[in-house]
Design a protein. Structure first.
Length: 75
C-alpha cells in the first residue's frame, strides 16, 4: 500500500494495475497538487555551488581571463 502525498490516505490497488491518478488517491488530490505547482506554492530548494557562484561574479576582478590562456602560436 502507498499513501497519497496530498491527503495521506491509503492508495488502494490490486498489485497489477496502478490507479489512473497514482500516486494520488483521487483526481481531486492530483489536481490540487498540480495547482500548487502551477501557483509556485511548492519550490525545489537550490543550493548555489561555490564554483558556480565564483563564475557568476566578475572574473576580471580576480585577474582571471574570461576565455583562458592565449592560444599557442602555430609556428
Amino acid at each position: 500500500m502507498a499513501t497519497c502525498p496530498r491527503c495521506k490516505k491509503e492508495v488502494k490497488y490490486d498489485g497489477e494495475k496502478l490507479p489512473r491518478c497514482f500516486p494520488f488517491c483521487s483526481t481531486q488530490c492530483q489536481n490540487g497538487d498540480l495547482y500548487h505547482w502551477l501557483e509556485e506554492s511548492y519550490s525545489v530548494p537550490v543550493e548555489t555551488n561555490r564554483v558556480v557562484q565564483e563564475a557568476l561574479e566578475d572574473p576580471m576582478a580576480k585577474g582571471v581571463k574570461p576565455f583562458g590562456d592565449e592560444p599557442e602560436s602555430l609556428n
